[in-house]
Every structure is written in C-alpha cells, then in structure tokens.
Ligand binder design. Sequence first.
Ligand SMILES: CC(C)(COP(=O)(O)O)[C@@H](O)C(=O)NCCC(=O)O
Ligand SMILES: [Mn+2]
Length: 910
Amino acid sequence: MAGVVDDKILGIIDIKDKETEENNNSIQNTLVKEEGSQGEKEMAHAAGNSIHRSGSRPQLDVSKAEIQSNVEEKYPTILLPNQSDDISHLALDIGGSLIKLVYFSRREHHQSANDKRKKSMKERLGISNGNRRSYPILGGRLHFVKFETSKINECLDFIYSKQLHRGGLESRYSDGVTNQNAIIKATGGGAYKFADLFKERLGVSLDKEDEMSCLVAGANFLLKAIRHEAFTHMEGHKEFVQIDPNDMFPFLLVNIGSGVSMIKVDGDGKFERVSGTNVGGGTYWGLGKLLTKCKSFDELLELSQKGDNRTIDMLVGDIYGGMDYNKIGLSASTIASSFGKAISDKKELEDYRPEDISLSLLRMISYNIGQISYLTALRFGLKRIFFGGFFIRGHAYTMDTISFAVQFWSKGAAQAMFLRHEGFLGALGAFMSSERHGLDDLMVHQLVERFPMGAPYTGGKIHGPPLGDLNEKISWMEKFLQKGTEITAPVPMIPPGTTGLGGFEVPLSKGSALRSDASALNVGVLHLVPTLEVFPLLADPKSYEPNTIDLSDHGELEYWFTILSEHLPDLVDKAVASEGGTDDAKRRGDAFARAFSAHLARLMQEPAAYGKLGLANLLEMREECLREFLFVDAYRSIKQRENEASLAVLPDLLMELDSMDEETRLLTLIEGVLAANIFDWGSRACVELYHKGTIIEIYRMSRNKMRRPWRVDDFDAFKERMLGTGDKKPPPHRRALLFVDNSGADIVLGMLPLARELLRLGTEVVLVANSLPALNDVTAMELPDIVAEAAKHCDILRRAAEAGGLLEDAMINTLDGSKENSSSVPLMVVENGCGSPCIDLRQVSSELAAAAKDADLIILEGMGRALHTNLNARFQCDALKLAMVKNQRLAEKLMKGNIYDCICKYEPAI
Ligand SMILES: CC(C)(COP(=O)(O)O)[C@@H](O)C(=O)NCCC(=O)O
Ligand SMILES: [Mn+2]
C-alpha cells in the first residue's frame, strides 16, 4: 500500500520538479541578494535576545512597588521607586591565601517582537500571576571569581572596573558619585584585616558575616539549587550524586582551608562546629614550602603528580619483608608511617626528590583528614560527609585519598562527597546572608550553568581578572595560538589516568600537567532563568535522565569528540558566511573554532569537569560557543532556502493527502515526517547527500526508501489509538504538543501536514520549537511566518492558525482578508526554552509548561529530541517519538540497525 502512495506523491512532485528546480534557482538568487539583510539581522538579533528574560532592576526595596503592566502576567515588570543604590550584589570570602568573590549581574532586557508573541500566547494559554512571590525572582547571572590574597589590588581593580560595589555597571542610577554608604557582605579573616583598604580604595564598608554560618549557607544553597554539585571520587572515577533537597540533612560538612572545620549540619541555619583539626591545607603548604622550596601551593600540588611516596613513606611491606599483614587487613602497600623511611635512610633532605616529598605530605594530610572526618561522622551517626575548601582544588589524588580513608575506616558505611564549588562556600553563604539577594526560593530547574567559551579556560597561567568583552576573548584566543600549542595540539586519545588503587598507589597521571587553576575550570557562570520549569508531563521527573548515550564511556566520548571536531571547519564556514564573510566574522570564526576545540579537549581529558556530561551538553555547548562569538544563526540562509522550496510543493502534497482514505493518510503522514527528517545539517552523512541533488530530489529519494517495518515500528498501536478499530472511533486527543525539529521539508512537508491532520480530527495543536537557533532547527520566532505561508493554501491550517492567533503574529492577512471568529480548534506556537538540537525536559519555558497542562499527546521529532535525548523518557500522556537515525554508529548502538533507519515509538500514557 505504501508503495502505491509513494508513486502518487512522486507523480505530483515529478510534474512540479522542473518548476521547482527553476524555483530553487531563483530562490537562491534572491537569497544571495537578501542575505544579511536588515530584516534578517533584526530577527536574528531578537531571537538571540529571547531566551534570558529578566525583570528590571534587582528587587530589593519593594516598598511602594507598582506593577507596570495592565495584564496579569507571571513576571510583570515592577517599578521600585524606593530602590536605593547600595545593593550588595557582591560578596567576598577573604581567606589567608585566596579571595573568593561571588557576584550577580543583570542584563537589561529590550522588548522584542518575540516578547509580543509570548505575551499573546501567555494570555491564550491562561498563564496568570499565580506565582507566590509578590516580586520577580531576579533574572541574571551568578559569577564566581577568585584572586590570590597577596594580589588583593587585582581584586580591588576588578571590583572597581565592574562597579560591583555600586550595584554593577548596568546600574541605571549611576551618577558618578561614590556611594559612601555602600556595603559589601564579607566573610573570612580578611574581612577584618582588609576592611580599611576597601573603605579607602572603594569607599565601601565590609559587612562581616560569621564564617561558619556562611559555609553552611553556601553548602545548603549549592546542594539544593545546583544539579550536579555533589560527587564521589574513588580510584579516579567521578560520579555525580543527586541530593534530594527534601532529604539532605543531617550531614557533616568538612571545610579544608588552612585549618579544618567539621560542622554538623541539621538544616538551614541549624549547625554546630563539632570538630576540626589544625592539620590542613596550611600544613601541607607550609611544610611543603619548607621541604621543597616550592613557590606556590599549586606548584607543590603539581609536583605531587610526579611523585612516588614509597621512597619516603614506611609501608607495611617494608616492615613485613614485602608481605601483606593479612590478619588485620593491611596490604603491603599500605602506608604504615608517613615519612617513616626517613628515620632509617641515611639521607639528607636534598637526597629526596621534592616530588616524592610533596606526594607523601599530601597523602599524610588527606588521609588524616579523611580519617578524622569519618570518626566525627561516626560520633554523630552521620552517613554523608561533604568536603569543601580550596585545599581540594579539584585534585583527583587528594579526593581519592580522602575517599579511601572514609571508606576504609567506615568499611563502606560512610561516603565522602565533594562539591564542585568547593572553594566558594563561604563567599556564596555571605552572598546569601544578604536579606535582599532575592534568591531564597530558587529551584534547581531555574539555574543553567554555562561555561564561558571564550575565556582562557585551557592551559597556561591566568594572570589578572577574567576576560570581559568579545574583543578581549578573541585576542586571547589569537595570542594563545601564537604562544602555546596545547589547545591546538591533538588531544591524547587515552583513557583518563586513574589516580591509584585504593588511594595507595602513586598517581598514574604522571607528567600530565595539573592545571594551575584547576578549581576555576570546574565552575561556570550560573544563569538564573526564573521562567524555566520542569516539563509537567514527565512521568517521573526525579528519575528522568535526558541523555541516552552515556559519555562517561571513554569510547563514546572519543567518537563524538571526533565527530564534532570534524564538523568544525564546515560549521565555521557557514557561520562566517551567515555574517557576511567580513574580516571581523572570519576573526570571530577562528576564535570560535579555537575556543570550542579547547573545551572539547578539556572534556576529553576530564569528561566530568563541567558536571555530568551527555551528548546533549556537547551539542548545546557548540551552539553556546557560536553565540558567545556573536554568530546568532549560522544556518539562516539555508533554512530560508529550504523553507521556500518546500512551501512551493506543499499545496500538491496536501491535495494528494486529501484524496486518500484516513488510514492511508495517517501512514503517509508518518512516513512523510520520517522521510523529511533527513534534512539535518548536523549530520555528516546527510550534508554529503545534499551535494547530490535538489531538496525535492532528496525528499523523494528519502520517501522512496520508506519501507515498513521500520527499525522501531509502533505505527499500528498509534493508528489504533488515533482511528480505532472497526466502527469504534476513539475520542480525539484534546491537545497535542508537537516538538518540531528542522526547517524546510522537515517542518513544511513533515510536521505541518501531521499537525493539520490532528486539527482535522479536532485536536488542538501546539507546535513547540526552539527559543534560539541551533543548526537548521526551526525556531518559535520563525514558525508563524511559515504557518502563515502554508495557511494561504489550506483552509484547515488557516482557520486553526487564526484561532491560535498565529496569523496576527505573522502579520499576514488571510486570503480573503476575513477575520471571522472561526470554529476551528487552534494551532499555536510556543518556544521550548532551549537553543540546542536536543531538549532537557527538566528545564523548559513557562509557556511550554503551561501549554502542557491540557495536553494528552506529545510528539517528539528528530534525532536530537527523540533519540539523543528522551528516547527512554516516559510521560503521563501518550507519546510518539519519530526520527530518522542519521548516524551509522548510533543506529548500531541503539537498535542494531543502520544509518537512515527510522523509529516510530509509541507509548501510551502511564
Ligand atoms: C545534531 C543532530 C542531533 C541533529 O539531528 P536532528 O535532531 O535534526 O534530527 C544530529 O545531526 C547528530 O547527531 N549529528 C552528529 C552525528 C553525525 O554527524 O553523524
Ligand atoms: Mn535538528
């Protein structure tokens, strides 16, 4: 049956083919002329601004506040007439060796055309101000920066350059006059020691906060609000642990700074410092400095990487003639006495290698801290121990040693966990101690962590404050290219070195340089996006894992790393062309490629460096990196060309579909979606195909290959739900959410006709599209125009689009100019909150979450949304996952299939 249908569709397209090719040529000509036109730029700019919405000024003094909006919105703009200028957006933890700084920055938000679309959609979906807050949560970013205390002037310059002591550069109320009343929250000994210096240099007072309360407040905030904050580290293996915010107390917080504090935490603000030890980071650094002549802590730590402590430590085997001491469970390699060999060796200090001394010292101190921590936890019946403080510095060997000690002494009953923001607990706590930060109720899904792509995050020593503007970033990448080779050198394709069995072998990662700034590498900028929500139709949000492929498997990571690296030259060409191919665009393109490669290389070395790594994160990182170098939409002209070519053949396709019976039509529609999903500029194989024919030829070829059964084929079950069996007609779905994928044939000849069929059956349809561009994916901004074009030739679409307010959005009048209130179910468009080819349903736009409330069918389309992510996701409503697999390895791995196989996975509501 399908074969007959194919022939008919092909028949029509054949007739049109010549015309279409001519059309294509003329479309291409028009595009050459129009590429980079003002209209396009404005649209891209608006799209580029759309994802992060923030209110106006940060909330703080809300007295006499007025809502500046007549529509009841969830996040209305609020006028705060009594807002003064002395807002602390900045908090400091000034320790003996490091100053940790946490600051909050806002973005001014300009209203765009997209905002109007969102506003009318919110009204339509009935999103009201049901929020419990009387003021908006701040939209903005939380930054983490550190300086050496000895270079406090750099820190002061940084604060001054960004005007952080006065509420930031963006402050609308800047009047150039130094605010003598400004107050900055600060903790740590330096808050006392340097108070006068801050007053003198910046005219600000340091409002001192208790160090312990800050550590606890910081840890509590991180554990509650950041998804991949806590992790275990055993034998070189890092594993993230999701802490349930409702079940996180009690725990032991061990903060390893110069000395060590052990704090029993029972709740927010409920804690007691129950123990500590004077043998801590300061001891390692102090003794290490005396014994090795190292000039810095990081240098000492780096030395330990190449050390062998067996030359200096007395091991069980040294005492027992190379044997284990089995009776009490000690292996021959267990350290019996740190530095013990020095007693009997007839050696002077110079006879020992500084590397060995450093390692022996590190192990002695880490092991000791681990052991005391465990004993303290045991004393209070605590199972979980979190370690923080800058002593750890993301150093694998230190963490392994501590973990080993905890595991060894507790016989596996207690677990050591570490925190990614280990060094910033105090500064974060000081930030939170301000009653006016407005972040109290922040939830995990409202924070998105981004790793700035252009900053010098790889190799080399970083001097001075982090880079600010785009030009600085580009220059840095250029300079790096001249000076160093690390980031351009091929990445070593070896599994990351383990740091040693049981914490008692020497580090295996010998020679591989420990980054001097290791801790900073693992901390990104926290973007606060108050409008993000968990997709309400997830069956079990707690166990939901978006990624299908686990990149902690080194082979997988290596494969995808190679794929993305190979894509880069072509992507850079597209990106540069999308910006008119100017010298500036070329310079940005180069810098983008270097920055992205550097991050890939970093992740190859340490896959969990930025939190749990999935393929979706890598694909999103690429888009973020493009945006950071101001490439707002690299595929814009390709998308436009494909949309136009597909819209030209849509009327014939619709006519042919209408001549079919219902069952044949449903099958043809699903085939159409699968076939048109081939237009994917992110797939190497597909891009090669595009050189071999016109859009329509490729579409036809793809349709021709549609042979059932597909690799996963639940079509019959889907058909039964849609059309029933025999005479029994099931009720139509109330509302369907269609997560659309690519532009061109994919949306125009695939998803739109399917949407039309649902509308015809009486189901409301919501097209869910990206908020920001990613590859050739269609965006929510672009959809109203596409729908309006399609609606010119189709009554069903026209009436539904009118009912959904889409034609107003597209600002296109209908054929007959009629505005009569149609009786059709609506066709709507919502943005998904993402700018990536994949979707993490734990963080979607509030618009989508609202639209989901009445939905009883979701259709996820494409490799990114239905395969790389969400293939295993379960929903509370019926779900259909449709995709063509455009990668051989993925097809083999996921379904023992081949490239271009299709999946049609239908799962009824659970
Ligand atoms: C980036 C993509 C997920 C986009 O696929 P889509 O969602 O458009 O179907 C996909 O093209 C992809 O996984 N590409 C990399 C693999 C490859 O080039 O074979
Ligand atoms: Mn896509």
